[in-house]
Design a binder for this molecule. Sequence first.
Ligand SMILES: [Mn+2]
Length: 326
Amino acid sequence: MNDSFESIATVLTEARTIALASHMRPDGDALGSTVALALHLRAAGKEVTAWNEDGVPAKFRYLPGCEIVTAPPGRPVAFDVVVSLDNASKKRLGTVVDALADGARWINIDHHVSNERYGHLNYIDPTAPATGQILYEYFRAVGAIITPAVAGNLFAAISTDTGSFQYRGTDGRTFRAAGDLVEAGVDVAGLSMEMYDRQPRRRLELLRHALNTAVFSCGGRLATFCLSLDDVARLGVIPEDNEGIIDHLRSVEGVIAAVFFEELEGGKVRVSARSKDMRVDVCRVCTAFGGGGHPLAAGARMPGPMDSAAQKFTAALSDEILKHTD
Ligand SMILES: [Mn+2]
């Protein structure tokens, strides 16, 4: 099913101009993977362009070499090859898609089980805990030199996508990669400080609000939280502050699934869902609403208003919980 690392390497070697792209509202895995591959391809003499709809949010500026990633231009540009990273479907690239002229060969490297295999070459490994893990294995397979900067980006990608090496899917393979990356020059304490111990104060205000307004239902097994545009304005939060807030609800004893509903400009509602029980598959529920992701971490965008979206999603997820747990 997957194309080989060798065939991917061949296509990249033959290309002169290469564009890298990852999903909108990027996380550490999307950006760390993008920057790592960009540095590798630049060192190989390629003309590399790396885009994300949101550029590099401030909280990820610690990624070494991240200034290589910019927001896309408003008109299409032609490339020999496009590499899409950590991105389950083309539409999740957002405005980056409009900046990519037709005619490029697409390489799709990802670990989302819901990946739509939209590349000419696809390498999808849902057993990998992060796209950064796949890239690490790719670099090893093709004999690439892993510089300290590449190692830092891959380590950050794996660390953030595994909840700092805690989530299911974190196994010996993950730690072997991490150990190897540390030996390649990662400053673990320094990088971890940047990733986890430099939260802006306004994020704490958001957390305070979330804890004050969270709703527990389904016999305490489901925790939900809504963030309206009014809340966003009042608290002064920006989209990148939202990541990880849901984990505080998920971490409560007895809670099996947690959901975060966020009202977006334009009337849509962004849904982020987490589960900590393999029997409760939030990807299945999100897919029913046009989204996707992983069994234990998934998302969707639903039509508003927020109250009705939250009600519909909560009902579907409650069904999933009641059907599969006792
Ligand atoms: Mn990922």
